[in-house]
Design a protein around this ligand. Structure first.
Ligand SMILES: C[S@@+](CC[C@H](N)C(=O)[O-])C[C@H]1O[C@@H](n2cnc3c(N)ncnc32)[C@H](O)[C@@H]1O
Length: 166
């Protein structure tokens, strides 16, 4: 399913969240959840000479939204490696970091990603398609207790034990 950048994801509170970053034209910023580039484009529109933006996304689909801008660097990685990449790019400190956590509309709209409630597809739910383990692997191979803990801790489900036993 091909999507253009307008339908990939519509960012929420776009201006408000970027206003909160108090962007200076020559500052250094990080968008750790680049996605459809909505927030990154808004940040870039406020940068001038000396300004820099690093955009992280672990999902290769987000690469289609890479912005052609001399102030922008795309990093295809989990943002848990933020420190390593800042060091790699000789950045000692940043002025603000934006994290728009969660899935994007794109993940729900593409049946092959296995997040959709609307479309049939294999249960996948990997944000990083190079990661080995799918959601189907987990629900079909993990012990009941381990599954119940996952549902309880990460899904905050009160009936996690019952659900894991089904
Ligand atoms: C809600 S979307 C962000 C949308 C984006 N702000 C925009 O304007 O289009 C979240 C994005 O973060 C990515 N993501 C989620 N967790 C991540 C992680 N730990 N490391 C890197 N990217 C991650 C997802 O692949 C997704 O594209």
């Amino acid at each position: 399913m091909e999507k253009d950048e307008l339908t990939y994801h519509v960012p929420v509170l776009l201006k408000e969240s970027v206003d909160g970053m108090n962007i200076r034209p020559d500052g250094t910023y990080v968008d750790v959840t680049f996605g459809g580039a909505g927030h990154s484009r808004e940040i870039l529109s406020r940068l001038g000479e000396g300004g820099r933006l690093l955009g992280f996304d672990q999902d290769e689909d987000a690469e289609r939204n890479i912005v052609d801008d001399p102030h922008f660097i795309f990093v295809r990685s989990n943002f848990r490696y933020l420190h390593n990449f800042l060091r790699y790019h000789d950045i000692e400190q940043v002025d603000a970091i934006l994290a728009d956590l969660g899935v994007s509309s794109h993940h729900f709209d593409d049946s092959e990603r296995g997040f959709s409630f609307r479309f049939d597809g294999d249960l996948d739910m990997r944000m990083n398609k190079r990661a080995g383990l799918t959601a189907a692997d987990i629900v079909n191979t993990y012990e009941e207790e381990r599954l119940a803990n996952i549902f309880y801790l990460y899904g905050e489900l009160k009936n996690s034990r019952k659900l894991a036993s089904m």
